[in-house]
Design a protein around this ligand. Structure first.
Ligand code: ADP
Ligand code: MG
Length: 600
């Protein structure tokens, strides 16, 4: 007798359920997706005992007639695709027609649904996959589905349930995820009778993100909008320096669906260029709209992953969109810590300007035009009594207009006025809208980093070492250099193998110091050969390591050099952070100062 049997429909539904319905949150996902697909503008979800006792989802969407109310519980019954062609152009969240029969096979399931123009609705009740009844019923237009005692007939699955609080958290998270791309739909979640959230339908994406992620989060995000013939990208991205230690807050949505895709993550990382250290992740919330033909959503049972026909192109668009948004963004502003006791500081303070001589300086900045005469307004030390008539006169010549929102304060501005230096590490300057504190080391790194990459793009610039340096490396490192010599050379490092574990360095990029160059090369190698960085742009990695060694803290800068530094930063693509992700400039805005001085 043959051993192979075709499974009963009931059993095959339960098997499908194992793939699609992992936990209560997956039921919430499937049902809410159906409501969204049905064009609902109001969706409410009610759960009891983390969804194990009850999950009820009601919507004001299209509803179904009596025939469809029965059909929708058949496996592979879907109103969303009809033929093979449609599967290449999926514009709905669902398409497989397996969610409802799967859910109904592992729960006590009831469906009430009514078309908007129908006099009455239909009720269907199914128990563990067995139909109990279907009958006409009076109900509101739209659909309400109740799922009780989930997994009551699959004890193995029930055992996998985590604690109530974990499952509840998953459901809540799922609701955020589902509702983020649809700010115009009102969502509501009630847990054991308590309204957990209620998000009215409003076209403002920003308010929905703020509701979920908090005001603080939102205040560190920049808006992003990018459109071309192939894609539209909207959303918010982290400002310079705002990163997390996981990808949790990198949310990407494609055509209204939350997706995880390495292609998209790669685009994000590239967009931030060298601004983010390995292991750190800038939060982003991005909504991509693309031709459904460009994306295959039929690759993951829970439809979390997708495949793109032109993944690299999409990555590049994301990177471009992010770069553009960052370029437009103003320098990060700070709130001054009010807890600092300035009193003790003032007691001992003296005004002292230290103007280094040219010889003391070792940074090599191009001279920029004719420097203006610098005027110092010296504030007398608070301890010294100043006679009334000697007090410096303060002339307020009208508050300059704040630059229009989104206008960069640095690039292209000639309005920066250098005040002096602090701790030989910080450059103080005024800009239209406040006080700039520039970390000269970080700023110099950014300038060099971009110059290195620019030069590499043009075929590289190199400076010959007086005496070539021989470096002893591990065999693996030396082998790596032998294989990848061309990349190093592009950036101006001419490194040739001498033996199986020694190499000879004969040129370095201009502006790179020669002291400890061996250490720099070793740093580059360890980053390049680290698995965590595989797939990252090698040029980027090398340039980042090289510029790290370019300046030391506490180097003297002359005023001309300071001006040169600012002028060069103004030419940078991403001037506000160093290649390792730290800020280069902090802007203490006039508004902030006004707050501190009680004027606001
Ligand atoms: P899919 O969403 O993949 O089509 P489902 O099993 O989730 O499969 O749903 C089957 C069908 O039932 C849907 O295609 C749709 O026509 C109908 N349906 C499900 N939920 C709703 C709803 N809330 N409102 C209107 N129609 C619905
Ligand atoms: Mg569905």
């Amino acid at each position: 007798m043959s051993k192979i049997r075709v499974l009963s429909e009931q059993l095959s539904n339960r098997i499908a359920a194992g793939e699609v319905i992992e936990r209560p949150a997956s039921v919430v996902k499937e049902l809410v997706e159906n409501s969204i697909d049905a064009g609902a503008t109001r969706i409410s979800v009610m759960i009891e005992k983390a969804g194990q006792k009850l999950i009820a989802v009601s919507d004001n969407g299209s509803g179904m007639d009596a025939d469809d109310a029965l059909l929708c519980l058949e496996p592979h019954a879907t109103g969303k695709i009809h033929n093979e062609d449609d599967i290449d152009h999926i514009s709905t969240l669902g398409f497989r027609g397996e969610a409802l029969p799967s859910i109904a096979s592992v729960s006590r399931f009831s469906l009430r649904t009514r078309l908007h123009d129908a006099g009455e609705g239909t009720e269907v009740i199914v128990n563990g996959g067995k139909a109990v009844h279907a009958k006409p019923v009076g109900c509101a237009p739209g659909t309400e589905i109740q799922v009780r005692d989930l997994f009551f007939n699959t004890p193995a699955r029930r055992k996998f349930m985590r604690s109530i609080s974990t499952e509840e958290r998953q459901i809540q998270e799922m609701m955020y995820q589902l509702s983020l791309p649809y700010p115009e739909i009102a969502f509501e979640l009630t847990v054991d009778g308590n309204r957990i959230f209620s998000s009215p339908g409003a076209p403002m994406l920003e308010s929905r993100i703020t509701a979920f992620f908090g005001k603080n989060f939102m205040s560190s995000m920049l808006p992003l909008e990018f459109v071309n013939d192939e894609v539209r990208i909207d959303g918010f991205i982290a400002m310079h320096g705002f990163t997390r230690n996981s990808r949790r807050e990198q949310r990407t949505f494609v055509n209204g669906r939350a997706v995880e895709s390495f292609g998209l993550y790669r685009g994000i990382r590239e967009g931030y260029g060298g601004m983010v250290e390995v292991g750190r992740f800038p939060p982003v919330i991005l909504f991509l709209t693309i031709d459904p033909y460009e994306v295959d959503v039929n690759v993951h049972p829970a439809k979390r992953e997708v495949r793109f026909r032109h993944e690299y192109k999409l990555s590049a668009f994301i990177a471009e969109a992010i770069r553009e948004a960052l370029r437009r963004s103003p320098a990060p502003t700070v709130n001054i810590d009010p807890a600092i006791s300035l009193h003790a500081l003032l007691e001992s303070s003296e005004v002292n300007y230290e103007i280094p001589t040219r010889e003391q300086s070792i940074m090599d900045f191009a001279r920029v035009e004719e420097p203006e005469a610098y005027e110092y307004s010296v504030v007398p030390s608070p301890r010294r009594e100043t006679p009334e008539e000697e007090k410096p006169e303060i002339i307020v010549s009208g508050v300059p207009e704040e630059p229009p929102l989104g206008e960069p304060i640095l690039p292209g501005s000639g309005k920066i006025n250098i005040l002096g230096f602090l701790d030989r590490s910080y450059l103080l300057a005024t800009a239209d809208n406040g006080l700039l504190v520039i970390d000269q080391h970080a700023a110099h790194e950014r300038v060099l980093f971009e110059r290195l990459l620019k030069d590499a793009g043009r075929g590289g610039a190199a400076q010959k070492l007086l005496l070539p340096i021989t470096l002893e490396l591990s065999r693996a490192e030396a082998g790596f250099i032998t294989k990848n010599g061309a990349i190093f050379e592009k950036l101006g490092f001419d490194i040739a193998p001498l033996s199986s574990n020694t190499v000879m360095l004969s040129t370095v990029p201009p502006g790179i110091r020669q002291e400890n160059i061996g250490g720099v090369i070793r740093d580059m190698l360890s980053e390049l050969m680290d698995d965590a960085t595989t797939g990252r742009n090698e040029l980027d990695v090398i340039a980042r390591c090289a510029c790290k060694a370019a300046v030391k803290a506490h180097d003297y800068l002359t005023l001309e050099e300071a001006r040169g530094l600012i002028a060069q930063m103004a030419q940078c693509e991403l001037p506000f952070s160093c290649p390792h992700g730290r800020p280069t400039i902090i802007n203490i805005s006039i508004t902030e100062l006004e707050k501190r001085f009680g004027r606001r």
